[in-house]
Each structure stands twice: as C-alpha cells, then as structure tokens.
Design a protein around this ligand. Structure first.
Ligand code: NAP
Length: 320
C-alpha cells in the first residue's frame, strides 16, 4: 500500500517508537491521526518536512465506540500501545491483551485494510513473566480478530530518548557502580528506533507483509554486560560493574516498585532471565529491505549530554 495518500491511525504514536513512525508517515504524505490521552503534549510531532498531516486526537475511554470513532475512515492502523510496569487500572492484561484485541476487532469491523501490531521479541519463550504472557495473548487476540495483521516483535530498541542507554547513562552520574542483574549474561540484539520505524513503513507498503510475524533485531548480539561496557566507553567514564544475583535483584525490584515511575519491577527482573535475540525462524528487517544499524554507530549520536568532558572528551578519545 503506497503510504502517500493513506489515512493512518497510530495508537501510541506519541511514544518513543511512535514519534519516529508518525514523522515518516507524515513526510510520505499520509494523514496521520494520533489518538492520545495527552494530545496537547504532542506538538513535537509536527516537524519540518511533513507534507501530509499529523493530527493528535483525544482518547480517554478506549471503549469500542470510541475506538470505532477513532479508527473510522482509516486505511491502516498501527498499535504501539504498551507498558513496562503495571499500575492501577493499567495492568498488562488490559493494555497488551484486551485493548490490543479490541483495536484489532474494531479495525476489522471498520474495514481497515492493514493492521500493524507491535509486540515484543522473545515473549513466547519467557513464560514466567506476566509482561511476556500478556504480549503473547495479545498477539493471539489480534490474529483471531484480524488474521491479516502484521505482527512486529522488536528486541530492545535504542536511539535518542530510549529508556535503556539513557537510563543507565543517567545512573553513572549518581552512582559509582552499575548493576549486572543475574551476572549480566542475558543476550540482546538491540535495534535502532529509526530502523524499526523504517521496517513498519516497509511492512505497510508491501502487501506480502500482511499476515506475517516479523522479528526486528540489530546486526549484533551483546550480553547485558557488554552493552554496559559499550555505554561506559562511549561516555568515557569508569564505573564498577557489579554482578547482582537474581534473588538480590528481585529484592531490589520489590523496593523499587514503591518508587514513582517504578524504575525496576520484579517482572522485569523475571524477563531479564531470558535471552532477547532473533529466533532465526521469522522474517525480519532484511526481508523488508531495511539494513539494520550497529549500536556502535548510533550511540555516539545521542549520548552527548553524558559525555565526560563534553564534546571535547569524545574528540580527545577518538582523535587519531
Ligand atoms: N522500546 C523498546 O525497547 C521496545 C522493545 C520491544 C517492544 N516494544 C513495544 O513497542 C511498543 C511501543 O514502545 P515504545 O517504547 O514506543 O513505548 P512508549 O514510548 O512507552 O509509548 C507507549 C505509548 O503507549 C501509550 N499508552 C501507555 N499506557 C497507556 C494506557 N494505559 N492507555 C492508552 N495508551 C497508553 C502512550 O500513549 P499516550 O501517553 O500518548 O496516550 C504511549 O505513547 C510497545 O508495545 C512496546 O511494548 C518496545
């Protein structure tokens, strides 16, 4: 489906991945509706080069009537809504399973041609994590309601404003040590946010992507410890990397769950027990014509504010 003339509804379009996708859709000429609980905060989506239209819209109830009104007239719906920690009514089952299934059901009933549902890599194997189970159930609910949906499972996504490298980089500013949960052996295949957005754009454009499940990962596999080493080298600081046994990490998470924003939860610790790498059994970015970017190439473009000695620090390190 050519993206130029279409109307797209992007749930979660104001989020980390969403803003990259919304801008690409807008630049391709699409009319992009971005339903959000906070539409007035989405002014940053309206950036230079947009030839289509980006329209933030208020949603609150997320009941079927509101979803139908939001989706009406759309050619394509993309669902990027997700949470990492539960809180109040925002539990995994409601957001990842029930809401995902209902968006798919309403999209099918509204005659939407393409649905892109963003899940997460490795969730099918991570049976002891409630997050992972709700994502798997969400995929099943989406497939049942909209069999031709395209499901995208990204590994950990990095880029400006990510909550992975930025969070640990921020930690180096207040702590002499970084924790290696479970020893830091868990493997990841980090994927650049721009590549994820390009992959979704390609999935929308290619009819053969309908009904497929894609796994998105970057070109390299790294242990958690290797990612921390990479980060420290990039920002030019030395910190102790302290292995934290699973039981101790769980205890720390139980305390962190009481801190606003829940920086770490027991379920996240559980999820960290499983490697997060491409299974090799599903198509990925390459099949969509997207060449994935290496962490080493992108990290230097957005961690400037954590650089020891500012820009000069980096120049000093990289000078021949
Ligand atoms: N980032 C990663 O490393 C990564 C890795 C694997 C999979 N994923 C998946 O990719 C998707 C997008 O991730 P992201 O990193 O872009 O997430 P994000 O920045 O946290 O954005 C998620 C969006 O979900 C919406 N949302 C959150 N709670 C909601 C609720 N209770 N009701 C309605 N909307 C709600 C928010 O929209 P408003 O606040 O505007 O309403 C927000 O824009 C998610 O499904 C996530 O699980 C992400």
């Amino acid at each position: 489906m050519a993206t130029g003339n279409l109307t797209a509804v992007v749930f979660g379009g104001g989020g980390f991945i969403g803003r990259h996708l919304v801008r690409r859709l807008g630049r391709s000429g699409a009319v992009v509706r971005v339903p959000s609980r906070h539409p007035t905060r989405l002014g940053y989506l309206r950036t230079a080069g947009v030839v289509g239209q980006i329209v933030p819209e208020l949603v609150g109830a997320f009941d079927d009537d509101e979803l139908a009104a939001t989706i009406q007239g759309a050619d394509v719906v993309i669902n990027l809504i997700g949470i990492l920690a539960e809180g109040g009514r925002n539990n995994f089952g409601r957001i990842h399973t029930d809401l995902a299934g209902r968006i798919a059901k309403v999209a099918a009933a509204s005659g939407v041609k393409r649905l892109i549902h963003v899940s997460a890599l490795g969730v099918d194997g991570a049976t002891t994590s409630a997050y992972a189970r709700s994502k798997v159930a969400g995929e099943e609910a989406v497939r049942a309601a909209f069999p031709n949906a395209t499901i995208v499972r990204p590994s950990i996504v990095f880029g400006p404003e990510d909550s992975f490298f930025n969070r640990f980089a921020a930690m180096t500013m207040i702590s002499p040590a970084l924790p290696l949960i479970g020893g830091g052996h868990t493997k990841f295949q980090p994927v650049y946010v721009g590549d994820v957005a390009d992959g979704i754009m390609a999935a929308i454009a290619r009819p053969e992507a309908a009904g497929q499940t894609y796994e998105f990962g970057g070109p390299g596999v790294y242990s958690f410890k290797e990612l921390m080493e990479l980060l420290l080298a990039e920002i030019g600081v030395n910190r102790f990397l302290v292995p934290l046994p699973w039981a101790l990490a769980r205890l720390q998470a139980a305390i962190a769950e009481w801190i606003p924003g829940k920086p770490l939860t027991r379920d996240q610790v559980e999820l960290l027990k499983y490697d997060n790498v491409l299974s090799g059994k599903a198509p990925g970015l390459a099949e969509l014509g997207v060449r994935s970017s290496a962490v080493e190439l992108i990290l230097p473009t957005y961690l400037d504010r954590f650089l020891k000695g500012g820009r000069l620090g980096r120049q000093g390190r990289t000078a021949p």
